[in-house]
Design a protein around this ligand. Structure first.
Ligand code: TYD
Ligand code: MG
Length: 451
């Protein structure tokens, strides 16, 4: 087979590939953007092997387990050899810190690791390492932006794991557009993906998130990698969530919870306690909901403030929950319970800065709204969850047992849940906690607010 490199022409603005030079890019219509580049290596075929379906060979090699369990969980149980992991997050959220701690954990197991930063100098990285008390002969550092240079560094160092910080600062010498541009991001990532697949080297890539919430330089990036993790949290708060949004090697929606401390990120193995730590008790408008993120139950406090609008227009604000869902639930309350809300301002907040997207939140939202509206306290030892339908019916939620166990573990005494979920529970599951099954929002009102 010929190894002669084929010449191609790449558009600097959209990345379109053409076999011959053209004055105008047929894909994006830009003029004079095509320039000669080396063709992407497509010779992976030469290393491909086939295996019989019923037989041996081609098994997944063992995962690298970091020992940071909050991280291992989001990865689906550790790092898969040859996998490409993208970790996105706002600048300053703690991505570089997390990566350095990850590398330290691997180095501690005598794995040689390489950390390439295009963002910081070796001196700056060393300063962070000092702060984190990370010390190891197994961690190698380089300040580099060129992917080709990174490839030769990998060749030289032969690490067991590579971290690249960040994709926005990388450039491939085969493309002339600026670092951070779509073409560069795509080309650089594809070269790294290639390296991972060819050599079985697992790679973690850091990406900043833009204002609109996507990892800068296109969605394309998410399609190119195996695993996408988002590191999020309010930088004014101490806790950070690592959320799996895509994983070819595990389930999505997993979360890992960390706390940012003076000496780096600490694992939080009891997040429910963290999220409920500052809960005001005996205050109207507050109720606890047992949510499930991936395989992990977390109790959160749902807060609502409902008060008559002083201006002509009423306000609706939802923080940590879907505003559309809030609008829908408000409409259900008006129609089914007969409360008047159009002339009230409504603020909804999931305390602690966490975001809950599952429909099981509905019932807690309704209870918090009514509690605030009626100025009636919900018993602080009560948790509620359930999906609410347009007819005011309370619908079943998944993983009810997991929610129940977590509520009981944290000392809650009463659980208001959909009648249909109650039926899925074994009788013994309810030991030590009082279950109130409900079928409609009407029943909820009677149970909680009509003395
Ligand atoms: P960093 O990891 O540099 O964020 P990113 O790479 O996502 O931009 O960390 C950012 C913040 O974290 C920084 O403002 C300082 C803070 N921090 C701590 O509070 N404790 C620590 O031990 C470290 C290293 C950073
Ligand atoms: Mg950084």
């Amino acid at each position: 087979m010929s190894s002669k490199e084929k010449q191609v022409f790449l558009c600097a603005s959209c990345g379109h590939e053409s076999g011959k030079w053209l004055g105008r890019c047929p894909q994006c219509g830009e003029w004079d953007t095509l320039s000669q580049a080396k063709a992407k290596p497509r010779l992976l075929r030469t290393t491909a092997q086939v295996f019989p379906l019923n037989g041996q060979g081609g098994e997944e090699a063992e995962r690298l387990v970091t020992g940071i369990s909050e991280l291992d969980r989001t990865l689906g149980g550790g790092i898969v050899p040859g996998s490409m992991i993208l970790i996105g997050g706002d600048p300053g959220i703690g991505k570089s810190t997390l990566i350095l701690q990850l590398l330290a954990a691997l180095a501690q197991q005598q794995h040689k690791v390489l950390y390439v930063s295009g963002e910081e100098s070796v001196r700056q990285i060393r300063m962070r390492a000092e702060r984190l008390a990370v010390q190891s002969e197994q961690i190698f550092l380089a300040a580099e932006n060129s992917v080709q240079a990174i490839l030769s560094l990998v060749d030289e160092v032969q690490p067991a794991f590579l971290a690249v910080d960040s994709i926005q600062t990388l450039y491939s010498e085969t493309v002339s557009s600026a670092p951070g541009s779509v073409t560069q991001v795509r080309e650089s990532t594809s070269l790294l993906v290639n390296l991972a697949k060819r050599t079985d080297l697992p790679i973690i890539l850091i990406g900043h998130v833009t204002k609109d919430g996507s990892i800068a330089g296109p969605r394309v990036l998410e399609h190119m990698v195996d695993t996408v993790l988002y590191f999020e949290g309010d930088s004014s708060q101490v806790f950070r969530l690592l959320r799996t949004v895509k994983n070819r090697f595990g389930s999505t929606n997993e979360i890992g919870v960390f706390e940012m401390k003076e000496s780096g990120l600490a694992e939080v193995d009891n997040p429910s306690a963290l999220f409920l730590a500052e809960r005001p008790v005996n205050v109207p408008g507050s109720v606890v909901m047992p949510s499930v993120e991936g395989t992990r139950p977390i109790l959160v406090e749902v807060q609502a403030l409902v008060s008559p609008s002083s201006l002509g227009t009423s306000r609706r604000t939802a923080i940590g929950a879907d505003p559309q869902r809030l609008a829908l639930l408000t409409a259900v309350l008006e129609k089914k319970i007969g409360v008047t809300l159009f002339d009230h301002d409504i603020f909804l907040n999931i305390a602690g800065g966490i975001r809950i997207d599952e429909p099981a939140l509905d019932l807690a939202v309704i209870v918090a709204l009514l509690s605030s509206l009626y100025e009636k306290i919900v018993d602080p030892a009560t948790v509620v969850c359930g999906e609410v339908g347009l007819a005011g019916e309370i619908r079943a939620v998944g993983q009810i047992e997991m929610r129940l166990r977590e509520a009981r573990r944290l000392g809650f005494k009463t659980f208001l849940m959909p009648e249909s979920s109650r039926r899925q529970l074994e009788a013994s599951a309810a030991e030590g906690i009082q279950i109130y099954p409900v079928r409609t929002v009407h029943e909820v009102v009677e149970r909680l607010f009509v003395a």
